[in-house]
Design a binder for this molecule. Structure first.
Ligand SMILES: [Zn+2]
Length: 68
């Protein structure tokens, strides 16, 4: 799966805040994910991130604002 900045993904484990949705804010050797529940940002090595992500929830669309 090829991920892009702005994609919303679902992870296996939920964040302590209860959310399982994350926005990808950086891709590359490391992935940066922003929790959609509380805004917490985590950095994961690419293999770990790819393992943690179970589903692409919403593909990033240009110029589209985030919805709550
Ligand atoms: Zn959170």
């Amino acid at each position: 799966m090829d991920y892009k900045i702005g994609d919303i993904v679902r992870t296996k484990k939920k964040h302590p805040c209860g959310s399982k949705l994350w926005e990808i804010t950086r891709v590359g050797v490391d992935f940066k994910l922003k929790c959609q529940g509380c805004g917490h940002v985590v950095v994961l090595e690419r293999p770990k991130a790819l393992k943690a992500i179970t589903k692409l929830e919403k593909r990033a669309e240009s110029q589209e604002e985030k919805e709550n």
